[in-house]
Write a protein that binds this ligand. Structure first.
Ligand code: 13P
Length: 342
C-alpha cells in the first residue's frame, strides 16, 4: 500500500460537503437504541435497520463513508448484496469499528482503557479483504475535579497509537477517537483544559509510534460545558473554545477533524459544526462522524415498520443534508423546518 493511498482515502472521507455516518453500534448499544422504539434487537431487525439507512436514495451526496460493526460488515442487504459492496457501489467508503470496547482501567477507579489490540493485525487483514478502507478506535475519559488522570490519558494515547500504526501497515486509514464524555457539571474551561491534555498525549504517541498523521482523521468530542452545568456555553462559545484547543494541538497535516455528536441534540450538533466552519477557513476540514445526531430522527420515523422505510430514509437524508450545509457554514436553524424529502 503506497502511503499516498492512505492520504487519498483520508481526504476522500472529508471531501467537500461530506461527512461520515457512524453506524457501528455494538450489540449492547443498538439494543439501547431499539429499546427506545420498542423493537427487539435480533439480527434480522439490525439488518433491516442498516439496510434502511444505507439504501437511502441520494445519501452519497452528503455521506463519504460509513463505519460498520463486525456483524454488519459480514451481512448482506435485503437484496442480497453484501453491505460493503452496496456502499462501494454508491461511492461510499466502508469503514469498521475495531476496538473491543472500554473496560475498567486497572488501579484507576472510574476510568477506562479500550481493549482490542491483541490479534488486531489479523483482524485488520480480514476487514481489508471484506472491503474496509478505514477504521475507528474509541477511547473514553470522564471529567471530574480529579479525572482524567495522566495515567488514563497516556495509556489510552498509547493504545490509540498502536492501533493507528497497525491500521496504516494494513492499508487502512485509522480514525483516532479520544472521546471525553461531557457528563457532569464542569465548566467549558475545564472541558478545554482536559481536551488539550488528551490531544497533547495523543499526538505525542502518534508521532513516537511513526504514524503518518496525513493518513489519519481525528474524531473528537466538541468542547462543551458539562451537560448538568448551570449557565452552559452557547453555540459561539463552544465553537471558539473547541477551535482554540485544536489550533494548539492538532497538526495542520491532519486532513480532517470529524466530530462525534456525543449525546448532544441533533440541532446542537449541527449548529456547533456550522459555527466552527463559519469561522473558517481552517488548516483541516471540519466535518462530522455522527451516530445519534444522524440516526435518531430516522430511527424514530422508521420505528421498525417495513412500510415506514421511506419515512426513515427521508429523515436520514434531511439530517445528512443539514450537516452537509454546516460543513461550509451555510446551515440556518430555519432549515430544520424544511420538509424532508427523498
Ligand atoms: P455519537 O455521534 O452518537 O456520539 O456516535 C459517534 C460514535 O461513533 C461514538 O463512538
Amino acid at each position: 500500500m503506497a502511503q499516498n493511498d492512505l492520504h487519498d482515502i483520508a481526504r476522500a472521507l472529508v471531501a467537500d460537503g461530506k461527512g461520515i455516518l457512524a453506524a457501528d453500534e455494538s450489540d449492547g448499544t443498538i439494543k439501547k437504541r431499539f429499546d427506545t422504539i420498542g423493537i427487539e434487537s435480533i439480527e434480522d431487525n439490525r439488518r433491516a435497520y442498516r439496510d434502511m439507512l444505507f439504501t437511502t436514495p441520494g445519501a452519497e451526496e452528503y455521506i463519504s463513508g460509513v463505519i460498520l460493526f463486525d456483524e454488519t460488515i459480514r451481512q448482506s442487504a435485503l437484496d442480497g448484496t453484501p453491505f460493503p459492496k452496496l456502499l462501494e457501489s454508491k461511492g461510499i467508503i466502508p469503514g469498521i469499528k475495531v476496538d473491543q470496547g472500554a473496560r475498567p482501567l486497572a488501579l484507576a477507579d472510574g476510568e477506562t482503557i479500550t481493549e482490542g489490540l491483541d490479534g488486531l493485525r489479523g483482524r485488520l487483514e480480514e476487514y481489508y479483504a471484506l472491503g474496509a478502507r478505514f477504521a475507528k478506535w474509541r477511547a473514553t475519559y470522564s471529567i471530574t475535579d480529579e479525572l482524567p488522570s495522566q495515567y488514563c490519558i497516556w495509556t489510552n494515547a498509547h493504545a490509540l497509537a498502536r492501533y493507528a500504526a497497525l491500521c496504516q501497515e494494513a492499508g487502512i486509514v485509522p480514525i483516532v477517537e479520544p472521546e471525553i464524555l461531557q457528563d457532569g457539571t464542569h465548566t467549558i474551561e475545564r472541558s478545554y483544559h482536559v481536551a488539550c491534555k488528551v490531544l497533547e498525549a495523543l499526538y505525542t504517541e502518534l508521532f513516537d509510534q511513526r504514524v503518518d498523521v496525513e493518513g489519519t482523521l481525528l474524531k473528537p468530542n466538541m468542547v462543551l460545558s458539562g451537560y448538568d452545568a448551570s449557565n452552559r456555553a452557547g453555540v459561539d462559545e463552544v465553537a471558539e473554545w473547541t477551535l482554540k484547543c485544536f489550533y494548539k494541538h492538532v497538526p495542520a497535516a491532519v486532513p480532517g477533524i470529524v466530530f462525534l455528536s456525543g449525546g448532544q441534540s441533533d440541532e446542537d450538533s449541527t449548529a456547533h459544526l456550522n459555527a466552527m466552519n463559519a469561522k473558517g477557513p481552517h488548516p483541516w476540514e471540519i466535518s462530522f462522524s455522527y451516530g445519534r445526531a444522524l440516526q435518531t430522527p430516522a430511527l424514530n420515523a422508521w420505528a421498525g415498520k417495513p412500510d415506514q422505510v421511506e419515512a426513515g430514509q427521508r429523515a436520514f437524508y434531511h439530517r445528512a443534508k443539514l450537516n452537509s450545509a454546516a460543513r461550509s457554514g451555510l446551515y440556518a436553524p430555519e432549515m430544520e423546518r424544511e420538509t424532508a424529502s427523498v
